[in-house]
Write a protein that binds this ligand. Structure first.
Ligand code: KMH
Ligand code: ZN
Length: 275
């Protein structure tokens, strides 16, 4: 039976600035209010990066603590921290908030060109992040920007660094990573263990077509201003919630039920809130 659809809203990222879309949230309160709107629109999880009040990306523990408490005061939506941060950050910086025990956190299992930059994730860095996740019992969402990253995740699973069932997010269309062509999604899904869950995050113009394909295939979906700032060609989204609403409408039209945070927690094998 097809699982209820988990929609994750990627609210801010580290690269999307107000110059790209004036509605990107920066402060913890703005991020929390956007999380509430996304929950109302049908999302069951948010993926968040930290920002200084002027929008500068940060992975500071204090900022993530505020984001987590502001969201939890207002909503039951699941909260996933980024451990990717921004391309210039050290791995220690990237993981300093994990002791706050978010519901999930990302883990990218390889290095990839990222526009003009490089998003570095050497094997020792990946192991360090995975070990920190294990220490605080935070389930990883494995971010896949290219094929070899799946092989590395499977290797870490075999080594016992990761434990199954795994949850993958295929991020397709980053310049330098795997492209957003639909056959790439088929190829990646065929590589992962059968008991895995997966979602797709299409970047830019790939967001909606890949989301629709994932809904049809029985996978899950990530959308939001981190990945795409337009609700349709040339029209800026009023917020990530508008992108969530767009895929929620498509899912309903396809007869696909939406997962509540409680259902998503079960589908993703997450424990109860620890704090
Ligand atoms: N900002 C990118 C360099 C993640 O959140 O885990 C990395 C990223 C992945 O966004
Ligand atoms: Zn991110």
């Amino acid at each position: 039976m097809t699982q209820p659809l988990i929609i994750t809203a990627a609210l801010d990222g580290a690269e999307t600035m107000r110059e790209h879309n004036p509605n990107v949230p920066y402060t913890p309160e703005e991020i929390a209010l956007e999380a509430v709107r996304c929950r109302e629109a049908g999302a069951s999880m948010v993926h968040v990066h930290g920002r200084e009040d002027d929008g500068t990306p940060t992975q500071a523990r204090g900022v993530f603590a505020k984001i987590l408490s502001e969201i939890r005061e207002r909503s039951d939506i699941l909260v996933q921290f980024s451990t990717g941060g921004a391309v210039w950050m050290s791995v220690d910086e990237r993981i300093e908030a994990l002791d706050l025990r978010p519901d999930m956190a990302t883990l990218t299992t390889g290095t990839v060109n990222f526009g003009e930059d490089v998003f570095q994730n050497s094997l020792p860095m990946i192991r360090q992040i995975a070990e920190r996740l294990n220490t605080y019992s935070v389930r990883p969402e494995i971010e896949i920007f290219d094929t070899g990253m799946v092989d590395t995740a499977l290797r870490l699973l075999k080594e016992g660094v990761l434990s199954g069932p795994l949850h993958f997010d295929f991020v397709l269309g980053v310049p330098g990573g795997m492209g957003g062509r639909p056959e790439n999604l088929d190829f990646l899904v065929a590589m992962i263990p059968e008991d895995s869950t997966w979602s797709v995050a299409g970047i830019g113009r790939y967001e909606l077509p890949l989301a629709q394909k994932a809904i049809e295939m029985g996978g899950h979906v990530r959308v939001g201003l981190e990945d795409n700032v337009f609700v349709r060609k040339g029209v800026l989204a009023k917020g990530s919630y508008e992108l969530v609403a767009q895929v929620a409408d498509y899912a309903r039209a396809q007869g696909r039920e939406l997962a509540t945070p409680e259902v998503a927690r079960r589908l993703l094998n997450l424990g109860k809130h620890l704090v």
